[in-house]
Structure formats: structure tokens, C-alpha cells
Design a protein around this ligand. Structure first.
Ligand code: ATP
Length: 901
């Protein structure tokens, strides 16, 4: 008998049958699938015994994987059946987080509720984090006392917001940590005990991922900050450890035990508590438990599949009836009832409250599904870690491969600094500050560690990790955090949002504005006196009783207007949340504010995310709790990215006004994350430039900014004077994207030329000094490159430099990273993709269009991307491309005509 893996979409699911075998009566269930991911001929797969339970969740269309199946011939047809070694996995591509399985086993509805409400700021969560950090420190050899003091101090802000004093927390952590230390120093541990903290595991077979707290001799150890006076670990805790055991088994380690460490046990008073007070509880990881875990995961994945594919009127969500958990003992009972009452969902716990209006419920359902679709797209990114070869991944810009390890150095708090040399021409999406997956060459089955990139240059990369690893490959690590936070923001907006806000969001009422006559007596006559539309925008924002929309085309002084608006709002006594999609825009706005003499700002963000010149106003979370909490609570202006607005710390904060820049690049839920925090909102953006960055094609692609500006034009102002481009450069964008309304702010802006840079046009070859020019080098597109064109772009750049343009004043834009690299090899000036250029500008811009023959690629699919590319230059814009290709489509034909004029 040969054991094989079969996998493919399910075509039909048979009924359960009982047959008598030599082992007695056994149940079986047959499924018909199309192997090879749907490419093969249909075959029958027989699931035996307990695996029939998984068949109960199976539906046509779901993907089924059976490992170690027995192949047999029956009536000339090949069939498969499970064996004693088989695993049956439904929807293996859906990656379930281990913590999700744990709560699912407790109660499927709890799993769903946790998705909606996220992890709120509360003491058990913060204490749990601190104890986990101390655990890691101890494993890495740090002294207990040093670690406790250090980690409690690090949690200063969160503890302060919760009203805790450091001493009491340190005491409690110390008592918990004593359990860890005692256990670590037990005689059983010798030098041969191999320990590792925080181990990232991803399982392609079982559709699981997670981070084990620690591994000891290859067996999983999980830390629980609660107590357990029984001899055995709690069932749900075992589930978690069993998931890691399963994933380790996939890698060829066979962990026969799992350990749970209940740290509160050592803190219990022996006179009052009876039972087994030992903190460490081991259990044997049997095959039965592992199979149970897989079946539960299958049930979960099937529910998630149905939410997207098997929709009746509404997406499927768990009701709680799936489990035999008792609602009266559940911490989540109230939340469960409120969610079911408000969203009109069936729930075992029952429901309270009146349902939200239908349009809100539909909105919730629609975006719930859209976000779950986006989650699938994220899972597809994970899959590329094992489906693509290293070379394919590198070609896709998702990994740096062939790195040569240079050093592994232990740094201050028992962390590691890994250095590696990188091949000179390697490019990727990875940037300094990113969290990435560092590995020995194989991130999934080899040794991988999550770490932060601290330096990335032409020929070297430096990563900081908790444990050392031979740094041979560095991968983009997909993250679900944005999906998770968006779901929470959606939940907060619909279930916790004010009626007044929702009336506007759902078109039940126009946004309202204060009468200018009702402004405070000391309000200035005009906020900005040299630009009418900017002044109107500030006025609209300060008078908004619900919200205002500021539409800012390229170079129209959005940032300047934002700064003036914030000052005006603060002058009227408002506390303001300043947010934007990117750290760069947040810092730019802060810079403008400080330029205008306003300094009472607090920047919330990580040290690597925040620009150097804003570090002095950055909120450092470490420190005295009271002082830290006061810093955050009292700041008149708090600035953070919209992603950070969904963090547990900022979810605790309230503001009068949330001002969001780059709002046209945010999804609706992404925008809610920021505006949920405030009574009123001001959204600033340009829906004629880049749309939200999402992978799924659904409602997430349209920003709330765009929807509202189309619905409430009266609540918006367009800034119509631009300070960036010459008349000649701006003409095309103005006509095509802004109804001709965009105009140069001053005659100087309109009339600027290369001469203003001290360049004599006579020193330039023909056709490069016309303000806007077009050059066709007769190149050929090859994949995402066009070498001839890259050479020509480099020649053109050289010509500008030779004529006296400072290389820092020149930028090159290309649609693909491969072409960016191709050009980058030939010139020292800044070369980047359109997406990376949004929000910046240069005196001279050269655009490489790459396409020949026909127009294909992201830059052409969406005209808004081209709008960005064409509006970065101040004095000279030179397009390099194939005129035949461009002439093939009306929009580009008009662009060509303008460029060749
Ligand atoms: N009312 C104004 N008076 C004088 N200068 C202004 C005014 N508004 C903006 N500027 C100047 O115009 C330039 C562009 O402004 P700003 O950086 O605010 O543009 P932006 O719209 O944010 O640009 P982007 O399109 O890149 O987001 C800056 O140098 C700014 O100081």
C-alpha cells in the first residue's frame, strides 16, 4: 500500500453509513473531490471513524486535504480512504490563529466576538504581557529582578491609563515570575535542556499559525497568568499547546508532552487554597487530542468558508449553539447579548437592546464580508512563503535571498542583532523599521524568527530578533493586524457610534455647520489671507458640527491648511487627534504645525516609525505610569497613523475633532478607526490620486472620503491653487482630473522653468527643456523591465545633471520595482514607484513608462496612478515611453499630445 496525499475541491458529500468490519461496526462517509486542486478527474475519498465529523461541515466548493490516504482500485476507478495516519483538513489555505482555536473550542461565538471587539486595554491583559516578557527574558538568561523592573517600567503608559502604581504591579509580576524562575531552576533542567522563547510557527498542512511562548526540548510550553489548582491543565489551555505540538510534528519533531505554566499558582496563599499548587502541569499529547484539534479547526474553517461563499441573506456567524458551553459562566455573556440584539443575530446567550436600522446592519454585514475577503488575500500572501521558490519570491520583491551571514551579536536586553551582506542589486518591498521574517533560508520548515529591520543599505541588512538565526533570507511577513483592527473599528462605529454620526454616515441627514456669526468673539477675520479656498476650508472645518471634507489636489497646500485648521480648532478649546495613513504624512503635518509656531503636540508611534526630528515630541511608553497617562490625556494635539488609532492605548482616548490626512487612501473601516475616537471629523484627501491599498476587489476599494464627498458636496471645499507645478505641467492634470479648476497659486509658480535652477536650455539636448517633453527610445518591454528605456532614462538624467541640475532635485518614477532597480543601477538619483512618490515632489521628474505594444500594468489600469506620476514635477517633466502604445488608448493619446506639444 502506498500512502498518498489527496487534495482538491469537494464536488459532493455523501451520507454517513455504518458498516461492519473486522474491527466491529465503523462509520464512514464518502466525498467526491477533484484532485490536483481541481485539475484532475473526480475521485471518491472515504473518511473513516471520527473524520466523518469533519464531513458534516464539508460542502461542495470547499477544499479538502487528506494526508497519508490509502489508494485503491474499485470497479476500474481509483479511490482513496483515510488510514490510521491520515489527517483530514478542510480549507487548508485558511490560516487559523492558534488563539482563535482556543476560544473556538470554548465557544465558537466567543471566537467571533473576540474578532469584533479586539483586545481591549485592561489590567489582566497588560499584566499578562508583562509576565510573558519576563518569561522570555528569563529564558534568555536575564536576572529576574532586572527584568521585572524593566518590563513594568516599559508598560508605564498602559498601567497609568488603568490607574495602577508600578510597585503593586511589580510585586504581582514578581510573584508570578517566581513560578517561572522556580521551575527554570529545578534540577530537571540541565545544560542540555534546549530552550527557545517565542517561536513562530506556520503550518501549510493544517492551516494554522501562531507563536508558541517557548519550546523546551522541542515540546511546547505555554504560559498562563491565571491559577489552576487541579492536577491537569485546563482543557482549552491544552488545546493551545496541542496546536503547537501539531505544527512541530509537521516539521518532523514529535512532541509527546505539552506543558502549561500557571504562574498565579505560586502567588496563592497555601493556607487558603487547597489542591495542586505546582505551577507547571504537563500532559501527554496523544493522537486523539491532536485529531480533535484538527477537527475543531476544520469546523472553524468551514464556518469562515460559509460566511463568504454560502451566504443566504446574511453571512454565517457562530451562534453559540455549536458548543455545549454554559452561557451563565461566560465573561462575554453581556457583549454576546448586545451584539446579537443590536445586529439582530441568533445567539445562545439571548439578546438585549433594539436592532440597529437595516441599512446599518447591511453595512456591517457588507464590510464584515469585505474584510474577511481581505483576510483571505492576506492568507494568500502567507501561502507564497511555501508555494514560491526563493527565486520567485525575490523576483516578486517579497524577499531578500542569498544573504551571507556576517555576525550574530547579543545586545543589551538579551536580544540579538543579526547582520548579513546582501547581493548589490537585490531589491524588495522591505524597508527599515518593518517587521520581517528572518530565516536560515527556509522560513517555513527551517528556522525562522520574526524581527525588526534596523538598517538596510545597498550591501548590508541588520535585523533585531529575540533569538539568533543564521540570516540567509529575509521575507516580507504578511500581517492580519490591519484586517483585525478594521473589524474592531467597524464594530465600534456601528455598535458604539453616536446616532448623530451615523445619521450622516447613512445619509439620513446632511452634515450641519455652525453659523459663522456664532464663532467665538476672538476668532480671526480670516484664517488664511492669501488663498481663498484654503481659508474657506479652514472655516468649514472649524464650523463643522459633524464633519468636513477638504479636497486637496497635488501641491495645493493641504499640509499647510491642515496645520492652520488644527491651530484654529485648538484655539477654540478643542482637543484634536491628527491622523494619516502613513507615518510620513503624520510627521509632515506635525512639521507644518511646528513651522507655524505650534508645539503642544504629542506624537504616538514606534521609535522606528517616527521621523528623527519628531522624536522629541514622541510619547515614550516607558516610565512613571501617572506621568505617562497625563502626557497622553492632557495633550491638546495627539498625532498617530490611523493604524495606531486602533491600538488598545488610543482606543481609550477621546477627542473633540479627528483630522485625517490621506483619507482618500483609507478604507471605510480604516477611517472609522480614527474618527470613532472623536465627536467631529475633518477628512483631507484627493480621490483623484491613489485609492485605498487593499488586495481584495470589493467595497474596501472606495474610501469614506470619496463616498462622502460625492454624497455631500456642500460639506466639502476643493483647494484650487497649487504651489508646485509650472502652468505647462499642471495643464493636463487640471483638465483631466479637476475640471480645469486647478490653477497655479502665483505667477511665479506658473512661470517657473529650468532657468530658475541656473540651467541654460542650450546646454541640454533637444527635446528636454520644454517644460513637458516626451522621448521614445524604441525600447522593448521584457516582463516588468525595459532595458533600453532604462538606459535612455539614465542618459536623460545625466544630461540634466551635466546642464547644472542638482541630482537631489531630480526624481525618476517607474511603474514596476524591477524597472526601478534597472534604472537604479544606472543612476544615483532617487528612483521609485508611483506609490512611493505620492506626497512628494522634485524640480525635475523623469517617468519611465516601460510598456511597449499595448498598455498593461498598474500604472495604466488606474488613471489616478498616472495623475500622481504627472504631478510630482515642478519645472520639468520628461516622459519616456512608446508612443504607439500610448496612442492606442484615448486618455493616453491625449497625454501624448500634451507632452509632445
Ligand atoms: N497659503 C499659502 N501661502 C504661501 N505658501 C503656501 C500656502 N499654502 C501652501 N504653501 C506652500 O506651498 C507648498 C506646498 O504646500 P503643502 O506642502 O502644504 O502641499 P500639499 O498639498 O500638502 O502637497 P501634497 O500634494 O504633496 O500633499 C509649501 O511650500 C507651502 O509652504
Amino acid at each position: 500500500m502506498t500512502a498518498v496525499n489527496v487534495r482538491g475541491p469537494i464536488l459532493s458529500v455523501g451520507e454517513t453509513r455504518t458498516v461492519s468490519t473486522s474491527y466491529g461496526d465503523r462509520e464512514l462517509r464518502e466525498l467526491r473531490i477533484r484532485p490536483d486542486r481541481g485539475a484532475g478527474d473526480a475521485v471518491d475519498v472515504t473518511l473513516w471513524g471520527k473524520w466523518t465529523e469533519t464531513a458534516e461541515h464539508a460542502e461542495p466548493g470547499m477544499e479538502l486535504l487528506v494526508t497519508d490516504a490509502e489508494e485503491d482500485e474499485f470497479g476500474g476507478e481509483t479511490g482513496y480512504a483515510t488510514t490510521g495516519d491520515s489527517w483530514v483538513v478542510l480549507e487548508p489555505d485558511f490560516l487559523v490563529d492558534v488563539t482563535g482555536i482556543r476560544s473556538w473550542v470554548q465557544c465558537p461565538r466567543m471566537y467571533y466576538l473576540n474578532k469584533l471587539s479586539g483586545i481591549p486595554l485592561n489590567y489582566p491583559v497588560v499584566k499578562g504581557t508583562v509576565v510573558h516578557e519576563v518569561f522570555g527574558d528569563l529564558l534568555r538568561g536575564m536576572e529576574l529582578e532586572d527584568s521585572v523592573v524593566d518590563r513594568v517600567e516599559e508598560a508605564g503608559l498602559e498601567l497609568g491609563l488603568l490607574g495602577y502604581e508600578p510597585e503593586e504591579v511589580a510585586d504581582e509580576v514578581r510573584r508570578n515570575a517566581a513560578a517561572i524562575e522556580g521551575w527554570l531552576s529545578q534540577g530537571t533542567l540541565t545544560d542540555e535542556d534546549t530552550w527557545r522563547s517565542e517561536f513562530t510557527l506556520i503550518s501549510p498542512t493544517f492551516g494554522l499559525k501562531g507563536r508558541a511562548d517557548a519550546l523546551r526540548r522541542g515540546t511546547p510550553v505555554e504560559l498562563k497568568t491565571g491559577k489552576n489548582t487541579k492536577r491537569e491543565p485546563r482543557f482549552h489551555d491544552k488545546i493551545q499547546a496541542a496546536c503547537y505540538a501539531l505544527m512541530l510534528e509537521e516539521r518532523g519533531v514529535d512532541p509527546d508532552i505539552g506543558t502549561l505554566l500557571y504562574t498565579k499558582n505560586t502567588a496563592l496563599d497555601r493556607n487558603e487554597e487547597s489542591g495542586n499548587l505546582a505551577p507547571a502541569k504537563e500532559f501527554s499529547v496523544g493522537q486523539g487530542l491532536l485529531q480533535f484539534v484538527v477537527r475543531e479547526r476544520n469546523a472553524l474553517a468551514a464556518m469562515e468558508w460559509r460566511a463568504l461563499n454560502d451566504r443566504g441573506e446574511r453571512p454565517t456567524v457562530p451562534t453559540g449553539y455549536e458548543a455545549d458551553a454554559k452561557c451563565q459562566y461566560c465573561f462575554e455573556q453581556d457583549t454576546c447579548m448586545v451584539v446579537s440584539g443590536r445586529l439582530d443575530q441568533e445567539s445562545k446567550a439571548g439578546s438585549v437592546g433594539t436592532p440597529v436600522p437595516n441599512e446599518e446592519r447591511d453595512y456591517f454585514d457588507r464590510f464584515y464580508v469585505a474584510l474577511e475577503e481581505e483576510r483571505r488575500e492576506t492568507h494568500a500572501e502567507y501561502r507564497k512563503l511555501w508555494e514560491q521558490t526563493p527565486e520567485e519570491r525575490a523576483a516578486d520583491d517579497r524577499a531578500l535571498i542569498d544573504l551571507e551571514p556576517v555576525s550574530q551579536t547579543e545586545i543589551d536586553d538579551a536580544r540579538w542583532e543579526l547582520r548579513a551582506r546582501k547581493p548589490g542589486d537585490a531589491v524588495s518591498k522591505l524597508r527599515e523599521g518593518d517587521v520581517a521574517l528572518a530565516s536560515d533560508g527556509d522560513p517555513v520548515t527551517g528556522h525562522g524568527e520574526l524581527g525588526r529591520i534596523t538598517a538596510l543599505s545597498e550591501d548590508e541588512v541588520v535585523v533585531e530578533t529575540d533569538e539568533p538565526v543564521e540570516l540567509r533570507r529575509l521575507d516580507v511577513y504578511p500581517s492580519e493586524i490591519s484586517v483585525d483592527r478594521s473589524l474592531t473599528a467597524l464594530h465600534d462605529a456601528i455598535l458604539k457610534g453616536s446616532e448623530a454620526r451615523k445619521d450622516v454616515l447613512f445619509g439620513r441627514r446632511e452634515p450641519e455647520f455652525r453659523d459663522a456669526a456664532d464663532r467665538p468673539a476672538d476668532a480671526p477675520e480670516a484664517y488664511i489671507d492669501n488663498n481663498a479656498s484654503q481659508n474657506e476650508a479652514v472655516s468649514l472645518a472649524v464650523d463643522a458640527e459633524d464633519g468636513a471634507l477638504i479636497h486637496g489636489p497635488p501641491g495645493t497646500g493641504k499640509t499647510y491648511t491642515i496645520a492652520r485648521t488644527i491651530r484654529a480648532l485648538v484655539e477654540e478649546g478643542n482637543r484634536v487627534l491628527l491622523s494619516a495613513f502613513t507615518n510620513r504624512a503624520v510627521d509632515n503635518a506635525l512639521e507644518a504645525l511646528r513651522d507655524q509656531g505650534f508645539d503642544e503636540v504629542l506624537r504616538v508611534g514606534s521609535e522606528t516609525g517616527v521621523r528623527d526630528d519628531m522624536q522629541d515630541v514622541r510619547l515614550v511608553q516607558r516610565g512613571d505610569p501617572n506621568a505617562k497617562a497625563a502626557e497622553l490625556r492632557d495633550a491638546p494635539v495627539v498625532a498617530a497613523t490611523t493604524a495606531a488609532c486602533g491600538s488598545r492605548v488610543l482606543r481609550e482616548c477621546e477627542f473633540d475633532v479627528a483630522l485625517v490626512d490621506e483619507a482618500s487612501q483609507l478604507t471605510e473601516p480604516g477611517t472609522h478607526a480614527a474618527i470613532n475616537r472623536a465627536d467631529r471629523f475633518v477628512l483631507v484627501g484627493d480621490h483623484e490620486q491613489l485609492p485605498p491599498v487593499v488586495r481584495a476587489e470589493n467595497d474596501l476599494q472606495t474610501s469614506l472620503f470619496q463616498r462622502l464627498i460625492e454624497e455631500y458636496p456642500d460639506a466639502s471645499v476643493m483647494l484650487d491653487r497649487q504651489y508646485r507645478m509650472s502652468q505647462r505641467i499642471q495643464a493636463f492634470a487640471s483638465a483631466e482630473f479637476y475640471d480645469g479648476a486647478l490653477r497655479p497659486a502665483t505667477p511665479e509658480v506658473a512661470g517657473q522653468t529650468l532657468r530658475d535652477l541656473g540651467v541654460d536650455p542650450a546646454d541640454l539636448p533637444d527635446g528636454l527643456a520644454g517644460g513637458v517633453d516626451f522621448d521614445d527610445p524604441d525600447g522593448t518591454r521584457d516582463g516588468n523591465r525595459n532595458v533600453r528605456e532604462a538606459e535612455r532614462v539614465a542618459e536623460i538624467v545625466d544630461a540634466y545633471v551635466a546642464a547644472g541640475v542638482d541630482p537631489d532635485d531630480i526624481g525618476v518614477i517607474a511603474p514596476f520595482r524591477a524597472q526601478v532597480a534597472e534604472i537604479g543601477r544606472r543612476t544615483a538619483v532617487t528612483v521609485d514607484t508611483v506609490d512611493r512618490f505620492q506626497g512628494s515632489s522634485k524640480e525635475v521628474i523623469v517617468v519611465s513608462l516601460v510598456a511597449t505594444g499595448d498598455l498593461d500594468g498598474p500604472i495604466f489600469e488606474d488613471h489616478r496612478r498616472m495623475n500622481v506620476a504627472l504631478t510630482r514635477a515642478k519645472k520639468q517633466l520628461t516622459l519616456v515611453g512608446d508612443d504607439d502604445a500610448l496612442a492606442s488608448e484615448p486618455f493616453y493619446a491625449r497625454m501624448l499630445e500634451w507632452a509632445q506639444r
